[in-house]
Design a protein around this ligand. Structure first.
Ligand code: RIB
Ligand code: CA
Length: 305
C-alpha cells in the first residue's frame, strides 16, 4: 500500500486524478489534500476540493497551503479552468472547512510520523518548495514526488515552459535540487495519454460520479473544441496512472534543471540523461491509460450513488 498526499489546485484535471486514486484505495492510502494557489486563488481551489468531497460524501482532511508563489505574483488562468477554477459542475457551497493548520504544518507532522510518503503534485510547487527549504529534515521521509509539470519540447504558457513550473519556478528549483527523488510527467507524455473528445461522451449516460466527470469535461473540452482538436490532455491524471501502472510508461533517468528567467524561458525544464535522482516520463500507451481511467470512474459509480 503506497501512502499518498495530493498537492493540488483543483482544477478539472486535478479532480479526474483524485477520483482515479480514490477508486484505487486498496493500493493508494490517501492522507489528505494540500491546496496551493495556481490555476485559481487559494480560496477558490480549496473551495473546489471541499465541494467535491461533499458531493462524494467523503471526508479527507484539506489543508490550505501558500496563496502566492515565492517571488512572482499569482497568475490565475480563468481561460483554462474558469472563474471558479473548476467551472462546469454546479455543486453546493461546502459546509466543511479546511483544517485549522497549514499545509506546511500538516506535511511536517505527517512526515515526522510516517516513512515513505509519496507526494503527488498537480500544481505549482510552492508548498513543496517552502517545505523542503524550511524543513529539510522531512526529506528522508518522502519516498518520491511524482509531479505533473514541465515540458521537453515546448511550453503551454510561454515558448518553453509548462504552467505549474512557470507559475513558481523558484519553488520548482528548490524541489528539483532537494535530493528527494522526483518523477516528472511533462506536457508531452500528457498529450500522448490524452482522451479523445468522443470518448468523453461515455460519461453522459453514467452514474453519480460519471455525471460529475461529464460536467467537468463539458467545460474542460471547450478549449480543444474551439481549436478543432479531437483529443485533449488530462494533464494531472498522468502521475496517478503512472503510480498505478508504471509499465505502460517509457521513461529516462537523469537530472532536471529549471530556468528562472527570460520571457520565453522562465520555468523551462532542462533534462539531462544520466546520473541523478530525477525521472522523466516520455511516452505512454493511450488506450491503456484510458482503460484505467474509465474503469476507475465506473467503479466509483458503483460505490458512490
Ligand atoms: O499545465 C497543466 C497544469 O496546469 C495542470 O496541473 C492543470 O491543472 C493546470 O492548472
Ligand atoms: Ca492542476
Amino acid at each position: 500500500m503506497r501512502k499518498i498526499v495530493f498537492d493540488t489546485d483543483p482544477g478539472h484535471d486535478d479532480i479526474m486524478a483524485i477520483l482515479t486514486a480514490l477508486a484505487h484505495s486498496d493500493e493508494l492510502e490517501l492522507f489528505g489534500f494540500a491546496t496551493v494557489a495556481g490555476n485559481q486563488t487559494l480560496d477558490k481551489v480549496t473551495n473546489n476540493i471541499l465541494k467535491v468531497e461533499e458531493y462524494l460524501k467523503i471526508n479527507y482532511p484539506v489543508y490550505k497551503g501558500l496563496d502566492r508563489p515565492l517571488v512572482k505574483q499569482p497568475q490565475p488562468q480563468p481561460a483554462a479552468h474558469g472563474e471558479s477554477g473548476m467551472d462546469g459542475p454546479v455543486l453546493a457551497d461546502p459546509e466543511k472547512k479546511a483544517e485549522p493548520i497549514s499545509a506546511i504544518d500538516f506535511y511536517c507532522e505527517l512526515l515526522k510520523n510516517n516513512d515513505k510518503v509519496t507526494i503527488i503534485a498537480l500544481a505549482p510547487l510552492t508548498n513543496l518548495g517552502v517545505l523542503l527549504r524550511d524543513h529539510p529534515e522531512v526529506k528522508e521521509h518522502i519516498e518520491e514526488i511524482v509531479l505533473m509539470g514541465g515540458a521537453l519540447n515546448g511550453g503551454n504558457i510561454n515558448k518553453y515552459a509548462e504552467f505549474n513550473i512557470w507559475h513558481d519556478p523558484e519553488a520548482a528549483k528548490i524541489v528539483f535540487d532537494s535530493g528527494v527523488p522526483v518523477t516528472m510527467a511533462p506536457l508531452e507524455v500528457c498529450y500522448a495519454g490524452g482522451i479523445l473528445l468522443k470518448e468523453t461522451e461515455r460519461f453522459e449516460e453514467g452514474g453519480y460520479v460519471s455525471s460529475l466527470v461529464w460536467d467537468l469535461f463539458d467545460f474542460y473540452c471547450e478549449y480543444a473544441r474551439k481549436r478543432n482538436w479531437d483529443k485533449t490532455a488530462v494533464f494531472d491524471l498522468i502521475p496517478v496512472l503512472y503510480l498505478l501502472k508504471p509499465e505502460i510508461f517509457t521513461c529516462k533517468e537523469g537530472k532536471i534543471d529549471v530556468i528562472l528567467d527570460g520571457e520565453d524561458t522562465q520555468g523551462q525544464t532542462l533534462f539531462e540523461e544520466g546520473e541523478g535522482n530525477h525521472k522523466v516520463l516520455l511516452d505512454t500507451d493511450r488506450e491503456a491509460c484510458m482503460k484505467i481511467f474509465f474503469e476507475a470512474i465506473d467503479s466509483l459509480d458503483q460505490k458512490y450513488r
